[in-house]
Design a protein around this ligand. Structure first.
Ligand code: GRF
Length: 208
């Protein structure tokens, strides 16, 4: 069985969705860069080993990345999944996990990379918003797109209502993308992700 290490920084609801999805993969560890990440509690209660690599204990990005890599390697995972991991990882680290590290981002990339995506979507007046699961490359929020889910943006939306609508889709699309990975169904050609097999819908259009 393939193993997955999940990196979190906070609430960990995407991690919960992955753990709860009944994947034929082992979640070998949940690792956080912050000792106070709420999601660590759920992971521990679920019997998953948790570890903290406290970013405040490192004076440089390189030193933090090296320590994080050493902890991840203890579990020899086939896949590293970033799930609300709020720290930019250096080039060497990203290259080391090239093709075997994925992230979920709360926008329809390439729109709104970076922070405050829901607020920016409302400011721009977009009518569709959503989330993206992608392979991680050195350029933040830019790697090959595995799957996306789109939701409508309504006139009365606030950052909070929109974030909640997107988050429900994150919890659908992230476990799906990870399942494809662990089943060995993802191929990347010229930066485009193809999913082999019959039931592969890389686009989810959520109706509400
Ligand atoms: C999610 O919206 C994710 O897309 C973003 O940060 C948030 C993390 O939420 N990267 P959670 O920790 O998974 O609940």
């Amino acid at each position: 069985m393939k193993s997955v290490v999940i990196l979190i920084s906070g609430r960990g609801s995407n991690m919960e969705a992955i753990v709860g999805a009944g994947l034929s993969a082992k979640v070998a560890a949940v690792i956080s860069n912050r000792a106070d990440a709420a999601g660590l509690k759920f992971a521990a209660q679920s019997g998953i080993p948790t570890q903290v690599v406290d970013e405040r204990e490192f004076s440089s990005r390189g030193a933090f990345d090296a320590a994080l890599e050493a902890v991840i390697e203890q579990h020899s995972p086939e896949l590293v999944a970033l799930a609300g991991f709020m720290r930019v990882l250096g080039r060497d680290f990203v290259r080391h996990y090239s093709g075997r590290m994925v992230n979920i981002h709360p926008s329809l990339l390439p729109a709104f990379p970076g922070l405050h995506t829901h607020q920016r979507a409302l400011q721009e007046g977009v009518k569709l918003h959503g989330c993206t699961v992608h392979f991680v490359t050195p350029q933040v929020d830019h790697g090959p797109i595995i799957a996306q889910a789109a939701v409508p943006v309504y006139a009365g939306d606030t950052e909070r209502t929109l974030a909640a609508r997107v988050l429900r889709q994150e919890h659908r699309v992230y476990p799906l993308a990870i399942r494809w990975f662990v089943e060995g169904r993802l191929a990347v050609e010229n930066g485009i992700v193809r999913v082999d097999g019959p039931d592969a819908r890389q686009a989810i259009l959520a109706e509400e």
